[in-house]
Design a protein around this ligand. Structure first.
Ligand code: ZN
Ligand code: ZN
Length: 264
């Protein structure tokens, strides 16, 4: 197993020390793990600033990589919450301030509003919300390239009351996927969707994953987005099947932002 999305107590929303996460990863036979703690510059909810203690985090990553080298490959990662305007520059600085192996670029907010608390959806229809979300994502990604994969591409599905017909937003999704592919980046399969009661709705949704492949996309990582040890490697086999079912035969790993392809 190659789990490329995991958190530790360096993230504001995770209480498990990195060591406990890594010990469990070894125990269940994960070969390679990317530790990707949260950094969301200017996150609107001040109760969860999602800021990292960078010196301690970087030291912990370096130490873990060394301490676990005979048991598991630890990839030094980060999940950066992308937002527009001046925040993009902060994201860029954070991304470049350390020799990360792997960066997940995630949209936890749009238009300065958080998706999680629902403020983004207030006073507009689901259709309008989806159009606004994917327009926002496209406009940010036209200006920002300091990531390796986009995290939980359709995270909006988790927080919206309703998922509109895909004809509402698929043209925008296609534009975004083309930007990601032409920039040499990828997307992840985020298996936390199976823990959030999203039913058959996967992350990314299967039509988005298929379109990514059909447009020439090749870089796909698998991540559990575990915030607890028991969620590491969660539904890994399902993610592998998702990749195969769209006609891709490889999953991707990263070292120093350089992708390697593992045959499935
Ligand atoms: Zn995230
Ligand atoms: Zn995450």
């Amino acid at each position: 197993m190659y789990d490329y999305h995991s958190h530790s107590s360096f993230s504001d929303d995770c209480a498990t020390p990195m060591k406990e996460m890594l010990d469990e990863a070894c125990r269940i036979g994960i070969k390679e793990i990317a530790v990707t703690d949260h950094c969301d510059p200017d996150y609107p909810d001040r109760a969860f600033p999602f800021e990292l203690d960078f010196p301690s985090y970087h030291k912990a990553l370096n130490d873990a990589k060394e301490a676990y080298r005979d048991r598991i490959k630890v990839r030094k990662g980060i999940e950066i919450g992308i937002q527009h305007g001046k925040i993009l520059e902060k994201c860029r600085q954070r991304a470049r301030a350390f020799d990360y192996d792997f960066i997940i670029g995630s949209f936890h907010c749009a238009e300065g509003l958080e998706l999680y608390g629902g403020r983004f959806f207030e006073n507009r229809s689901a259709e309008a919300s989806y159009t606004a979300f994917y327009t926002y994502m496209r406009d940010c990604l036209l200006q920002y390239r300091d990531y390796d994969v986009i995290g939980h591409f359709n995270i909006i599905d988790r927080y919206s009351d309703r998922i509109p017909d895909s004809s509402v937003y698929m043209d925008l999704v296609e534009e975004i996927l083309k930007i990601i592919i032409s920039d040499g980046k990828g997307i992840e399969i985020n298996t936390s969707s199976f823990r959030y009661g999203m039913g058959e709705r996967t992350t990314p949704a299967m039509d988005i994953l298929q379109l990514f492949k059909d447009l020439g996309g090749e870089i796909v990582t698998i991540g559990s987005d575990a915030h607890k040890p028991r969620d590491l490697g969660y539904r890994y086999d399902t993610a592998v099947e998702m990749i195969k079912s769209v006609g891709l035969n490889y999953l991707t790993t990263f070292e120093q932002h350089k992708p390697s392809f593992i045959k499935l």
